[in-house]
Ligand binder design. Structure first.
Ligand code: SF4
Ligand code: SF4
Length: 198
C-alpha cells in the first residue's frame, strides 16, 4: 500500500525536476566556451597594468614622470624617458614591468598624473620561466609614437601661439591704460592752471 502511495509523489517530484531542467534549457547560457570565447572582465577587476590610449593624442600619454615607478611597493616598474624636440614633457623610451612581482595594489594607477595607466583584460597570462612575466608596455604603442609626437608638437605650437597672443594683448592693454592715465593727468594740469589764473 505504501509503495502505491509513493508513485504519485515520485511522479510529482520527477515533473518538478523536469520543469527546472526545461526552464534552464531555454535560458541564455551563463557560461562561455573558454578558451574559444572569453568572459567579459568586470571594471573593478585588477590584473596586469597597461598603458591606455588617450583619445586626444591617439596613443598613451605617459610623460615619464616616474611617479608610478617610485611608489610601486614591489619595485617592478622600470622607466626611462627623454624630452623630444618641440614638446614640453618627456616621453618614455623604456617602460618595463615584471608581473611576477606585481601585487595589483593599484598605487601606480592612483598616482599617474595623466591617467594613462589602467588594468588590462588579461587574466590568463602564463609562462615557463620568470623572464616570461616581464613585459614591455611600450611594445603596443611604438607604431603610433611618430603620429602622437606630431599631435603633441602641434598642440604645443598652438599653446605657444595662444600664450604669445595673450602676452601681446596684455602689453597693448597696459600701454593703452598708461596713455589714458597720461592724457588724464595733462587734462587735470590744464584745469588746475585755469583755476589758478581766475
Ligand atoms: S599595481 Fe602595485 S605592485 Fe603592481 S606595478 Fe602597480 S604599484 Fe607596482
Ligand atoms: S605615473 Fe603615469 S605618466 Fe608618470 S611615468 Fe608612470 S605611467 Fe607615465
Amino acid at each position: 500500500m505504501q509503495s502505491l502511495l509513493d508513485i504519485p509523489r515520485g511522479a510529482r517530484s520527477l515533473l518538478k525536476g523536469m520543469g527546472v531542467t526545461i526552464r534552464h534549457f531555454f535560458r541564455k547560457p551563463v557560461t562561455v566556451e573558454y578558451p574559444r570565447k572569453r568572459a567579459p572582465v568586470a571594471k573593478a577587476h585588477r590584473n596586469a597594468i597597461v598603458l591606455i590610449e588617450k583619445d586626444d593624442i591617439g596613443s598613451h600619454n605617459c610623460i615619464a614622470c616616474l611617479q608610478c615607478e617610485k611608489i610601486c611597493p614591489s619595485a617592478c616598474i622600470s622607466i626611462t624617458g627623454s624630452r623630444p624636440d618641440g614638446i614640453a614633457f618627456k616621453r618614455p623610451d623604456k617602460f618595463d614591468v615584471d608581473f611576477a612581482l606585481c601585487s595589483d595594489c593599484g598605487l601606480c594607477l592612483d598616482v599617474c598624473p595623466t591617467d594613462t595607466l589602467g588594468y588590462s583584460e588579461v587574466y590568463d597570462a602564463a609562462g615557463y620561466s620568470r623572464a616570461d612575466s616581464k613585459f614591455d608596455l611600450l611594445e603596443a604603442w611604438r607604431d603610433k609614437e611618430g603620429e602622437a609626437l606630431g599631435t603633441l608638437r602641434e598642440r604645443e605650437r598652438k599653446k605657444k601661439e595662444e600664450r604669445e597672443a595673450k602676452r601681446k594683448a596684455a602689453e597693448e592693454a597696459k600701454a593703452k591704460a598708461a596713455a589714458k592715465e597720461k592724457a588724464e593727468g595733462k587734462e587735470d594740469d590744464k584745469t588746475g592752471n585755469g583755476t589758478a589764473a581766475s
